[in-house]
Design a binder for this molecule. Structure first.
Ligand code: DGY
Length: 328
């Protein structure tokens, strides 16, 4: 019996690749940078399964070039790189990797909160440049994290884990979400629901974004929203770059309308070397690494392999965005 053909768009953990090769005829894109779209168009022609990353644009055009495609398994919890309705209409199941990266991502969001508040990156540069001359009573003063108010925009899996971490720091945690949690959950987490984003923004010392990128969240944070924030407030983004209007963020940081920002995602990734944000001292920018721990990236790869294999067998992948494709 011929094995199904699959294409994996980057080298992922060996454990996952070993699982895939047992069941399939596998090809892996070997380079560090993602396969160019034109290459992907060629590679998908004959495949039954695709293991993709968030850097691969999987649109209707690509699916048209892949008439045998049964399953797309995205190694990410976010799947805004995939046109899911187009996949569903073609009977292609889409897998994703929720859960396994929740705590690792929350850890990193908290790391950004702390790094921005206490100017860790700036202070390291200060030391390396030989500017540390003495203990100075006014040197590198930052913001307190303990007892400050953390505003979570989005209280899904990751937002909830950030809330738990914040409690350990005696922070007051407030949240805004299109869907309110139950009173019991709010009590257990020690969070207060704020029905208006504008109120949350004006009350928060830290605003941390934990929403998916959907049309309603595109540029959720723009000039109007920054104007509502405290001049001492810090914005943290570990969700998706386009949730923030990057030009408006630059203006707000430059004008000191808000104190600082720490972002792991940008509107286009990677950020262009000429982007004005890179000229500012009051922003930390990391290269989309919130889920990047050895254990978590291995788990994500294994989960993506499991989703891929299940889809190829005609089963609903254990973590599936559009199970109706198979259930129907
Ligand atoms: C995701 O999974 O969506 C993250 O952004 C990368 O881990």
């Amino acid at each position: 019996m011929t094995k199904p053909k699959v294409y994996v768009t980057r080298r992922i953990a060996q454990e996952a690749l070993d699982m895939i090769t047992q069941d399939t005829e596998m090809e892996v894109w070997p380079e560090e940078l993602p396969p160019p779209y034109e290459v992907l168009l060629e590679k998908v022609k004959n495949i039954d399964g695709l293991l993709s990353l968030l850097t691969d644009k999987i649109d209707a055009n690509l699916m048209n070039a892949a008439p045998k495609l049964k399953v797309i398994s995205n190694m990410a919890v976010g799947y805004d790189n995939i046109n899911v309705p187009e996949a569903t209409s073609r009977g292609i199941v889409v897998g994703y990797t929720p859960g396994v990266l929740t705590e690792t991502t929350a850890d990193f969001a908290f790391a950004l909160i702390m790094a921005a508040a206490r100017r860790v990156v700036e202070a390291d540069a200060y030391t390396r440049k030989g500017r540390w001359k003495t203990w100075g009573p006014m040197v590198m003063l930052g913001q307190d994290i303990h007892h400050a108010t953390l505003g979570l925009v989005g209280l899904g899996r990751i937002g909830m884990e950030v809330a738990k971490r914040a409690r350990g720091f005696n922070m007051k945690v407030i949240y805004f979400d299109a869907q309110r949690r139950s009173t019991q959950e709010e009590k257990e987490l020690g969070v207060e629901y704020i029905p208006e984003l504008s109120t949350l923004l004006s009350r928060s010392d830290f605003v941390s974004l934990h929403v998916p990128l959907i049309p309603q969240t595109h540029h959720l944070m723009g000039a109007k929203e920054f104007a509502l924030m405290k001049p001492t407030a810090i914005l943290v983004n570990t969700s998706r770059g386009p949730v923030v209007d990057q030009k408006a963020l630059y203006e707000a940081l430059k004008a000191k309308q808000i104190l600082a920002a720490a972002i792991d995602v940008t509107e286009t990734e990677p950020i262009s070397p000429g982007d004005p944000l890179l000229t500012l001292d009051n922003i930390i920018i990391t290269p989309h690494i919130a889920s990047a721990s050895v254990v978590t990236r291995t788990r994500m790869a294994v989960m993506a392999a499991e989703n891929l294999i299940a889809g190829l067998r005609g089963q609903v992948p254990p973590n599936c965005v559009n199970p109706e494709v198979i259930k129907a």
